[in-house]
Design a binder for this molecule. Structure first.
Ligand code: SF4
Length: 423
């Protein structure tokens, strides 16, 4: 058994317990977030509630303007990808530097992350060496160690220059009013501690009731994310620098983002998707993700969890196709540390899109006919395979647009059955 999983005596019980903790937290989300706000505000942080991506962007702009910010350092955060923060800041003349090595590589290449945990996993070390040579004017063919040193040298200067640092949060802790940040490089610590102003931007679903819950969630996240027993750096931040503390930011803002999460919350079935701790295990296990890769989804969150949440975060009609791009093998559900029934939620999305009338008239007629034929053996036996192929493939145009034609057997089931009985 891999090292990470071996640390749990009863892994399944730990996963079930984690699911229960998240269930409790999400069922009482309003009270939990209030508790978080009261506690972290008491230590000097300012909490900002952002209903939409635009609200969050405007708040960040306001803070940056007030601090006369020209350079901002940023640690890895999918929420900042979700709101397209870098593009927005660039438009307003603020240089935003990704400090996570994978994100830095992607930023240099002008690409979004490929995977929610390992953003540049699709690039080989040779690809990265070539990219650094092109963009940073260093010799081609550097080793991974040399490349890391190049990135470190460039980034270290930025931490000192930056007026503002932005991080996400892996967890929000209600009972202590803290944020918990997990990382392997130490860049989130530098991004939050060096600049005078620290902005945290996070989805409202990241809440955990108690700091004690971290003893379960930190090893679970590490194990299912990267196979580690525990991630290298785990930082708990409970406000800006206090009077008796020697370092840390003078001001801290926490932006709590909704941006469609309450759509998931409002449906008792899809609510479960808010338990996600963004470990990426479902992406790694998904046969579709493994074959098409993260960029094909053209969404911030890819893989099974992305297909479940994106239609609700954005627009069901425009993104319903993601819920159909699945074989429903259930591997995602099998590997999810918090036991989210991902494949059932994909079905729920399909159901909702049909109920909302998002399917075309031709598709609806085709399925009606299909249902009638399936219920009436006589209709199924009416013609030979060739005719069935012709009729069905011309009716199911939306199905066959991106797929091979359906191919019926030349003989009906009844014919084959009769034959087998005679043998
Ligand atoms: S849905 Fe589960 S497996 Fe997928 S990223 Fe979230 S926690 Fe991990």
């Amino acid at each position: 058994m891999p090292q990470g999983k071996a640390q749990f005596d009863r892994l399944m019980a730990a996963r079930e317990h984690a699911k229960n903790v998240k269930w409790q937290a999400i069922e009482k989300l309003d009270a939990m977030l209030d508790q978080f706000e009261n506690n972290i505000s008491a230590r000097g942080a300012k909490v900002i509630w952002a209903e939409t991506a635009e609200d969050a962007l405007q708040e960040i702009k306001k803070i940056c303007k007030a601090k006369n910010c020209k350079t901002l350092v940023k640690s890895k955060s999918m929420v900042t990808e979700e709101i397209h923060l870098n593009k927005f800041l660039a438009k307003h003349g603020i240089e935003s530097i990704e400090t996570d090595l994978g994100e830095y590589i992607q930023q240099l290449d002008g690409e979004p992350p490929y995977h929610i945990v390992t953003p540049a996993m699709h690039k080989s070390k040779e690809d990265v060496a070539k990219l650094f040579a092109e963009k940073l004017n260093v010799p081609d063919g550097l080793s991974p160690q040399q490349l890391t040193l190049v990135a470190r040298e460039k980034l270290r200067k930025k931490y000192v220059e930056a007026e503002v640092g932005i991080t996400g949060a892996n967890f929000l802790i209600a009972d202590t009013g803290s944020i918990s940040v997990t990382e392997n490089e130490g860049n989130a610590r530098l991004s939050s501690a060096f600049p005078k102003t620290h902005i945290v931007i996070t989805g409202i679903e990241k809440i955990l009731p108690s700091i004690n819950d971290l003893s379960l969630f930190l090893p679970l996240l590490a194990t299912f994310g990267t196979g580690q027993r525990v991630t290298v750096y785990n930082t708990i931040i409970s406000g800006p620098k206090q009077k008796n503390e020697p370092d840390g930011p003078e001001e801290m803002y926490v932006i709590l983002l909704d941006n469609g999460r309450t759509n998931l919350l409002s449906n008792p079935k899809t609510r479960e998707a808010l338990y996600c701790i963004r470990c990426g295990a479902c992406l790694n296990a998904c046969p579709v993700y493994k074959n098409i890769g993260g960029h094909s989804y053209d969404t911030t969150y890819s893989g099974p969890i992305g297909s479940v949440i994106t239609p609700h975060l954005k627009n069901l009609k425009a993104f319903k196709h993601l819920s159909y791009a699945s074989s429903l093998c259930g591997n995602c559900t099998e590997v999810c540390p918090v036991r989210i029934n991902l494949h059932e939620l994909l079905l729920e999305n399909r159901y909702e899109s049909v109920v909302e009338g998002d399917s075309s008239v031709a598709e609806r007629v085709a399925w009606k006919l299909w249902k009638q034929a399936s219920l009436h053996r006589g209709m199924m036996n009416m013609s030979n395979g060739n005719l069935k192929n012709k009729v069905v493939n011309s009716l199911f145009k939306t199905w066959t647009k991106y797929r091979a034609d359906l191919n019926f057997s030349q003989k009906t089931f009844n014919e084959m059955w009769e034959e087998s009985r005679k043998r």
